[in-house]
Write a protein that binds this ligand. Structure first.
Ligand SMILES: Nc1ncnc2c1ncn2[C@@H]1O[C@H](COP(=O)(O)OP(=O)(O)O)[C@@H](O)[C@H]1O
Ligand SMILES: [Mg+2]
Length: 348
């Protein structure tokens, strides 16, 4: 995004005024005020970057700011850069790594509305584009979320963009970059693209099928390569240990910091290693860690109950249960699966 600028003039990220007059009143504010860090050049010198944002949010349409959310700088820069250029951006990565919430939290800080769509294997083109619906004795056309975003210039977020059948997503070959959207179901009405139209997506796969070791992302279909080529792709990894500890401590301040550190640096890390080695179908994500911390708070510190509720109880395969239990024993020194004694007592 921002480059060093010899005249020392501020760099303005003209998100809403680059291609046309802004559709709502905007204000230019220092980047640090919106996102919480001061952009620097390669030598560590501050750069005066400012960013346009809408003056007011639209209640019900603009995502709410989550003060506990910790923005990842690289992800934010990728989201802003794609947004400024109006290039569709897919955030790709394991579950619970903050893909969806990064898009929401960036737009929340810009006071910008967002239309979110949760796609499934059953999602059809008409769910996204619109359809005729009965109104008394006649039918009326109802815009789908994509058509609404396209007409009004509201960003659209496709969650689980790798779930629908490829033909459904291929409708995007026209509207993702095009200037017009043809509504075949509405007498071929042509909708002209609003200049602010933007598409974000999230997915556990890159859109080329499930290549996870354990085929954990059942339902993800290989999408059409021409469709996927229209998307920029940002890989969202789990945060590093310090950041993930900060996320958990912000969400659940009553959990002692040494427990938080062990949850992240030992327990989650072991499940992630086991996942990579094929010993677990899925690793613990940041979401599970936050939920586990909540149970720890609510039970006054019951580590075993929290791990069971938030991760272990989702595992049916006995071999994988052993792996997860051994990660937990390694981290906290507590046996989850009672080891039978010589008489066979204690087996669960
Ligand atoms: N950077 C973060 N800051 C705070 N919480 C986070 C962060 N990343 C993930 N989380 C936690 O994990 C949850 C899952 O995030 P989400 O965006 O839904 O993941 P994804 O879309 O990648 O599956 C969030 O609701 C939050 O509890
Ligand atoms: Mg998501």
């Amino acid at each position: 995004m921002a480059n060093e600028n010899e005249k020392n003039e501020p760099i303005v990220l003209d998100i809403f005024s680059r291609y046309s007059a802004p559709r709502r009143p905007i204000k230019v504010v220092p980047f640090v005020e919106v996102f919480g860090w001061q952009p620097e050049d390669g030598d560590g010198k501050d750069i005066d970057v400012r960013v346009e944002r809408f003056v007011k949010p639209i209640p019900g349409m603009t995502p709410e700011i989550n003060e506990n959310f910790i923005l990842d700088r690289v992800a934010v820069h990728s989201i802003l850069s794609a947004f400024i250029r109006r290039r569709p951006l897919a955030l790709v990565g394991l579950h619970g790594s903050g893909k969806t919430e990064h898009v929401e939290q960036v737009l929340a800080r810009l006071n910008c509305e967002l239309i979110s769509l949760d796609l499934t294997e059953d999602t059809d083109v008409f769910d996204m584009i619109g359809e005729k619906k009965l109104d008394g004795n006649s039918t009326v056309w109802c815009d789908g979320p994509i058509t609404q975003g396209f007409r009004e210039g509201i960003p659209v977020l496709f969650n689980e963009m790798d779930y629908p059948r490829p033909g459904v997503m291929s409708k995007g070959n026209g509207y993702l970059h095009g200037q017009r959207l043809t509504l075949e179901g509405n007498g071929n009405e042509i909708v002209i693209r609003h200049q602010d139209t933007m598409f974000f997506g999230t997915g556990n796969t890159q859109g080329d099928g499930d290549h996870s070791v354990s085929l954990a992302f059942s339902g993800a279909s290989p999408q059409n390569a021409a469709t996927m080529s229209r998307w920029r792709k940002h890989v969202k990894e789990y945060p590093n240990v310090d950041i993930e500890c900060e996320i958990i401590s912000k969400a659940c301040p009553d959990v002692p910091s040494d427990i938080v550190k062990t949850m992240v640096a030992n327990l989650a890390s072991d499940t992630r290693d086991a996942y990579k080695a094929g010993g677990l179908r899925v690793p613990m994500g940041t979401r599970e860690l936050v939920m586990m911390a909540e149970v720890i708070e609510d039970t006054g510190g019951d580590l075993a109950a929290s791990f069971k509720e938030c991760f272990f109880n989702g595992i049916g395969d006995p071999a994988q249960q052993e792996t997860a239990a051994s990660a937990f024993q390694h981290a906290f020194g507590i046996d989850l699966i009672p080891v039978p004694d010589a008489a066979g007592n204690g087996a669960s």
